[in-house]
Design a binder for this molecule. Structure first.
Ligand code: HEC
Ligand code: HEC
Length: 326
């Protein structure tokens, strides 16, 4: 019996040592990405304009990296705070504030090279080697066209510098370790579709729509459930809101929503003075106003054409849970 306990004790020590070694390995070996590329992006007026469009619409950079007015429907960006960071996107994973991405040299990214910014946005690693949490959707941006990413970088470098020190994130275990292993080199960037191919363009611009409207399992989309909604968003007022099923299912999705109504939903949010959440009965993380201010009807129509070609998925989503409302 004594011998048994001795062996058990040794085994336990071996397990602890191995786990310790594994943990040390994870902490030392990750994130594992190559050096930042040596690029110098020429900030042509075309690039700045294209970058401004993307960062203020379908790439959602300015939406996440600015103060948002919680008292207005769809929480529009507070003018003058573009890029300053600070809003928390941690949800269940801990505290993950958006970084200051203005060119401020002390608290923003004013000292980063173009290559370092590019690598952060697409591979999720800062110049000092530390990892970004995937609440910054860098795996999604890694599927964009390089040229579009260069345009976004050219544009964010024109933002007025704002001195705002954002605190470092605090992730819960084990996500603090798991997130460290996600950054990776990009194997193949996407290609900006020919604007005449509306469905392809809708797919390209609709990446973030898919991100919020598709259920996931361990960070991956569940095949066959894309766009079927039900993803939960805890709101600052304590309510929980779920993204809608936007597949063409006629009963539980938007199969009976005409293109005109689809466009009108965005257009009705274009005026910041007409965004009283009380009159709409709820508030939402979906940036209706942000999109409506920048995207054209043509862009949105392309997204509609793309979504309507996706398989219909029957999934009834209960939009709102008031429980816990403050
Ligand atoms: C859904 C919200 C969201 C969107 C959309 C988003 N970001 Fe972020 N971003 C974050 C968060 C949160 C962090 C901080 C992550 C961390 O600390 O691990 C971050 C970090 C960064 C960083 C690292 C800066 C630093 O000093 O840590 C850069 C650069 C950046 N984002 C640029 C962009 C650009 C450019 C876009 C658009 C192409 C974008 N982000 C879109 C949420 C977002
Ligand atoms: C930050 C997450 C988020 C993003 C990004 C997002 N949505 Fe949503 N969306 C929601 C949530 C949550 C709702 C339910 C509340 C509401 O109606 O605003 C919703 C509702 C909708 C509805 C209303 C459906 C109905 O039956 O009334 C449509 C249409 C829609 N989204 C389309 C889109 C499109 C198109 C995009 C991309 C341009 C997009 N969403 C991006 C979270 C998001």
């Amino acid at each position: 019996m004594k011998k048994f306990f001795k062996i058990l004790g040794i085994l336990l020590i071996v397990v602890i040592v191995l786990a310790g070694a594994g943990f040390t390995y994870l902490m030392v070996a990750f994130p594992k990405v190559s050096a930042a590329p040596e690029i110098k992006i020429d900030p042509t007026p075309e690039r700045i304009e294209r970058g401004k469009f993307l960062a203020n619409s379908f790439a959602f950079c300015i939406d996440c990296h600015s103060d948002r007015d919680l008292n207005k429907f769809s929480m529009p960006v507070v003018p003058g705070t573009e890029g300053k960071g600070g809003m928390d996107y941690g949800e269940g994973a801990g505290f993950v504030p958006a970084s200051n991405i203005t060119p401020d040299k002390e608290t923003g990214i004013g000292n980063w090279t173009d290559g370092e910014i590019f690598r952060a946005i697409t591979s999720g690693v800062r110049p000092d080697g530390s990892f970004l949490a995937p609440m910054m959707p860098y795996p999604m941006f890694a599927k964009m066209d390089k040229e579009d990413l260069y345009s976004i970088i050219a544009y964010i470098k024109t933002l007025p510098a704002i001195n705002n020190k954002v605190p470092e994130k605090k992730l819960k275990f084990p996500l603090s370790v798991i997130f460290r292993t996600i950054p990776s080199d990009v194997k193949e960037f996407g290609k900006r579709p020919d604007p005449s191919d509306k469905v392809k363009l809708g797919e390209y611009y609709g990446a973030a729509c898919k991100f919020c409207h598709s259920p996931t399992d361990k960070g991956d989309f569940i095949p066959g459930k894309e766009f079927s909604g039900g993803v939960e968003f805890p709101m600052p007022d304590g309510t929980i809101i779920r993204s809608s099923n936007i597949t063409p299912d006629k009963e539980t999705g938007i199969g009976t929503m005409s293109k005109e109504i689809f466009l009108a939903k965005f257009r009705s949010c274009a005026d910041v003075n007409n965004l009283d959440p009380k009159s709409r009965g709820f508030n939402t993380p979906m940036a209706w106003n942000f999109i409506a201010e920048t995207a054209s009807d043509d862009d949105l129509s392309a997204i509609y054409d793309y979504i309507m070609r996706q398989p219909a998925v029957s999934n009834k989503v209960e939009k709102l849970t008031l429980q816990g409302m403050k």
